[in-house]
Design a protein around this ligand. Sequence first.
Ligand SMILES: *[C@@H]1O[C@H](CO)[C@@H](O)[C@H](O)[C@H]1NC(C)=O
Length: 238
Amino acid sequence: MTQTMSSPLLLLLLSTVITVTAAAATSAYPSVTTDCTVSPADNELVPVRREVYGGGRIFDISHRYTVDMPLFWSPNGLGHMIDRYFDAGFDVDTLDLEVLNGPALLVDVPRDSNITAQVMESLKIPKGVRRVLFRTLNTDRRLMYKSEYDTSYVGFTTDGARWLVKNTDIKLVGLDFLSVASDDHLLSAHLEFFESREIILVEGLKLEDVPVGMYNVHCLPLRLVGAEGSPIRCILIK
Ligand SMILES: *[C@@H]1O[C@H](CO)[C@@H](O)[C@H](O)[C@H]1NC(C)=O
């Protein structure tokens, strides 16, 4: 876990956790099709996997955990991003559930750029909006469905992160790839977000096929004491 670049306030799909989860699921749960003896009448017993529930009212914006999902890759093997927070005991169990649950805006980011200050300004996100999910080119490129970690993903640049912190009331930042900061600004953009200790980053969201607009977001991280990131289930409710 320490090989993953993260920090006390970062909700990251940790590679170690993903691997363990996926492996455990395979050995712990025998496959229904091969291990269950079903009578001919039950042959149509097929589990339904859904993205949308309640006739379009609830959208599941979490990706399935699979063995081929991309894993966060840290070029420098960085550990805790802000050691003094981690040392002080800031872990995922201390994240504010009020920030992680409530009215949220889903916006489309212009596809020809990373999320710079200029892009942030152009989005005209009103004051008072506290939770924003940014849908980017990453969704169009289906980067979360490629097992290879693609460093050309779109994310926040340092000035984009700084602009958000200074000029908006956003406390929950959601993005559609494994890092909210672009690869070129990996450390510096994360630091802009974390300096305030108020902003929670939710990464690796599944935002395709959801209309832009206002929802209620519900995100629940696991109560992992001492962990700087956690797998998280997020849904949007109209
Ligand atoms: C975003 O930045 C990355 C480098 O961090 C770059 O590879 C990519 O081309 C940029 N994307 C866009 C759309 O500008």
